[in-house]
Design a protein around this ligand. Sequence first.
Ligand SMILES: Cc1ncc(COP(=O)(O)O)c(C=O)c1O
Length: 383
Amino acid sequence: MRARRFGPSTTAIHGLPHRRPDWTPVAPAIQQSSTFTHPVGSDEDILYSRYGNNPNQLGVARKYALLEGAEDAIFLASGMGATALAHLAVLRPGDHLISSSWIYGGTQHLFDEELSRFGIEITYVRPEQPRLWRRSVRKATRAIFVETPTNPLMRVVDLTSAAQIAREFGLALLVDATFASPMNFRPLEHGADVAITSATKYLNGHSDVIAGAVAGSASLVEEVTRLMRLWGQAIDPHAAWLVDRGMRTLALRMARHNANGMAVAEWAAGHPAFATVHYPGLPSHPDHAHAKAVLDGYGGMVGLELAGGPRAAERMLKRLKLVAHAPSLAGVETLVSEPRFTSHKGISAEDRAALGIPDGFLRLSCGIEDAEDIIADLSQALG
Ligand SMILES: Cc1ncc(COP(=O)(O)O)c(C=O)c1O
């Protein structure tokens, strides 16, 4: 008989539940140790926390692999570490990468400034023109990278054609689904080979950890592990313990983020101060139909453009009390930031405008407070 699959809430708490011996701590211990004793004369792999084989590092990775439906997973020191090593694992000097042009600014800087140093060429494709994936394939193409939902426009990319082309040409499809978390979207169920997440965000959810994770086949994770050891990207055991703790409430938190995102987006869509509200749960969003089909929730991220432009946005930001003006996102507390100064800093105003991120664009990360309190704070700030 096949083992019964546990639901995502149970998995996020227990991983694979198993009977515990008497007197076992219910909460895992933090193994805050860089090194472990080693049998004399043994040539077995040493236990060393830079190697990612500390029990806290391994425990949280097993849980994340189960949530993504992956064979294996690994945690890294940051989301950027996860993106960097996942790409280094599948690309070699001289290779070609096709990337969606709707990506986090940090990822774009990594591709343009660092992957290019390894002789890796990148072609950016606008995902609303799926034929361009195929047209961009070259002899040297090895991988396709997509972020969905996107930062900060919340575009929900249809992976169908990218996955089909990846299969046809033997390319790796890597997907950063940080904005969804595995509660709302699991890339491997849609043809991706590799799921990447900034665990700094929803996975941990309490704005007190920097971490990232990669999930995929055992061989991919083995290669990322090899790179992690050499490039020194292991997650600290205490950070791994905190992410594990945060993940225990992931299902409940996501349900509230989804509900609050929807409530705030609906309120903003009906408020004359806002010219445009970007939220995939709104029927006005360009990807609403697709989002409805593939997401289990629309998330807590809302893009806001004020009718009064950047000056009105600045005025509103200065009057907020409950909502904190801070970069990062996906924690229990509501945060707001301007992509031009944060996630998309260093990208020219013209390039940002072409991406649909004009000056004054606000990225709101709805926390899990009472929705009416978030709305009241935004409302008084518009005053
Ligand atoms: C979609 C996305 N991917 C990756 C990252 C990088 O994550 P980290 O800050 O944990 O390195 C971010 C950070 O904002 C992000 O928004």
